[in-house]
Design a protein around this ligand. Sequence first.
Ligand SMILES: Cc1cc2nc3c(=O)[nH]c(=O)nc-3n(C[C@H](O)[C@H](O)[C@H](O)COP(=O)(O)OP(=O)(O)OC[C@H]3O[C@@H](n4cnc5c(N)ncnc54)[C@H](O)[C@@H]3O)c2cc1C
Length: 489
Amino acid sequence: MPTNDTGPTNDPGSLIRELQEALGASNVLHEPEDLVVYEYDATIERSLPDVVVFPATAEDVAAAVRLAVKYDLPVVPRGSGTGLSGGAVPIKGGILIVMTRMNRILEIDADNRVAVVQPGVINLHLQNALAEYGLLYAPDPSSQRVCTIGGNIANNSGGPHTLAHGSTVNHILGLEVVLPDGRIVRLGGRVPDAPGVDLRGLFVGSEGTLGIVTEATLRLVRQAPATRTLLAIFDSVAAASEAVSTVIRRGVIPVAMEMLDQEIIRIVEPRIHAGYPLDAGAVLLIEVEGVPDGVAADSAVVEQACRDTGAREVRSADEAEERERLWEGRKAAIGAIGGAAPAFYLLDGVVPRTKLPEVMTQVLELCREYGFACGNVFHAGDGNLHPNIMFDPTIPGATERVLELGGAIMRACVDAGGSVTGEHGIGLEKRSYMEWVFSEADLDAQRSVREAFGPADRFNPCKVLPGGHGCASGHASEVMQHLGAGSYV
Ligand SMILES: Cc1cc2nc3c(=O)[nH]c(=O)nc-3n(C[C@H](O)[C@H](O)[C@H](O)COP(=O)(O)OP(=O)(O)OC[C@H]3O[C@@H](n4cnc5c(N)ncnc54)[C@H](O)[C@@H]3O)c2cc1C
């Protein structure tokens, strides 16, 4: 078993034996060729775990956590590894607990609009199971074909349809959680207003630093009787950005308002054939739902707002097949960039939506200044930006400059009254930016909460908060030192 600076202090062979006894030999990986598969998520940083385990029950998770305490090792929870901030990267080694075997939907209570699931359930599998009841679990990250409900909870994930329904935290009623000392506890409950301190709310978005989710009770919503998808076509990102706040100012909150700029349209359209015009400066994909008369009235308001802010055309789709085709382009966009550039860095920032025109102009200027192509596809209604900076990591210095550009874009978001993440979490990637958003007293309060659950270096060490024993700062230059030139994002 490989060890690192912070690896096991006792005989590593005993740890493996004890894990195998507790979880079954086939659920413990420790050979180097197996461990390399788990050294990264969807970001730049990578680091090997000492051992990887696949629990089947909360008791298995608790047993692995107790062994981590005994051998003084860090614990890192992992779902599907689609995270975009390095949250599942075991930066100090230790036991990586992969939750994908716990993938059962335990209950769908259609009458009370509640589902109980294990954390390894894939988001889209749950949506498919709910469809036959006419129900929906609202948070729908664009990675929903792969990502897990546990990862969604840890990152408080959003998605195109969280504009009207709210992000993950608004849809979690209760959690079963294994704490850093191995105790199994329940937070929240099955009814909306559980008594006592709201530890459920505290836990959602804690990025695997407070414990491991082993079961979740979810709030469901009814599928709307009518849905219309509109494609508004603009000559510029600035005009499309203006349309976003105009629609909401006129009193309509669509369920989704997604923007794709020209760079992205030119990458996506030839591959996906979603019907986006290649000469558009930007398109807005807007979805309105409700009862049929309400949908018609709201769509009219949306269409007029788009035309008043410069839309040259607004197309409308009512049939499921037509709507799916329009959405396919949005959902496949990030994957399509992978086929169009040697590497790309996907950023996540958020600004008040009225600041979108100004900040988007700044983002495009910064990319030009640094000399990189940049495609934007994002949850515009939430003011949640996702610039994708394309580059060739084999060019000396390119990765370092891309990371610097990322920092400059995040700074622009903060200066506009926004923040350094809209939905992807802080993880390793953004911890050095936390000081831009919070005072030292704010950060101390967050550290105290973390330490109330367990020692800060036990669960997901070096994540979210800056500092920490033996943790790098996370600044671009240090990341490059750790990774070496030629690394890619
Ligand atoms: C193409 C693409 C599109 C994306 N689109 C979106 C989007 O629209 N919206 C969005 O919000 N995100 C998006 N993401 C980011 C990512 O998919 C989400 O953050 C997702 O919730 C991560 O789930 P996962 O199962 O892959 O978790 P991982 O990446 O495995 O882990 C993420 C974090 O959760 C923790 N964790 C995982 N399971 C548990 C558990 N059971 N208990 C406690 N902690 C746990 C990990 O320690 C880590 O900190 C996208 C990513 C990609 C690659």
